[in-house]
Design a protein. Structure first.
Length: 94
C-alpha cells in the first residue's frame, strides 16, 4: 500500500488495489483447485466399482476349470514329492 502511495496513487485507490490483489490470490487458487476436487469427488465411486469388478473376476477365475486343473496338478505333484521323498536322501533318523 505504501509503495502505491509513493508512486503517486492516492490512499483510497492504494487500499482498493491492495484489497483486490489480496482477495484475488485465494480466489484464483480456489478457481484452479475446484475442478480438480470435483473430479476427485467423482472418482471414488468409479474406483470402487473397478475394484469390486476385479475382485469378482478373480473369484470367478478361481472357480474356473483351468485354474482348478492347475491347482489339482500342483497338489498331485506335491503329494508325490512327499510320498517318495527326494531321490538320494534316506528316510530315517540321521
Amino acid at each position: 500500500m505504501g509503495i502505491l502511495q509513493r508512486r503517486g496513487l492516492g490512499r483510497v485507490p492504494s487500499v482498493l488495489v491492495a484489497v483486490v490483489l489480496t482477495l484475488s490470490v485465494p480466489g484464483g487458487i480456489g478457481w484452479a483447485v475446484t475442478p480438480q476436487l470435483t473430479t476427485l469427488a467423482d472418482e471414488p465411486p468409479r474406483s470402487s466399482l473397478n475394484i469390486r469388478q476385479g475382485i469378482a473376476d478373480l473369484r470367478g477365475a478361481s472357480k474356473g476349470a483351468s485354474v482348478a486343473k492347475v491347482q489339482k496338478t500342483v497338489e498331485d505333484v506335491l503329494g508325490e514329492i512327499q510320498k517318495r521323498g527326494e531321490p538320494g536322501v534316506t528316510q530315517g533318523s540321521p
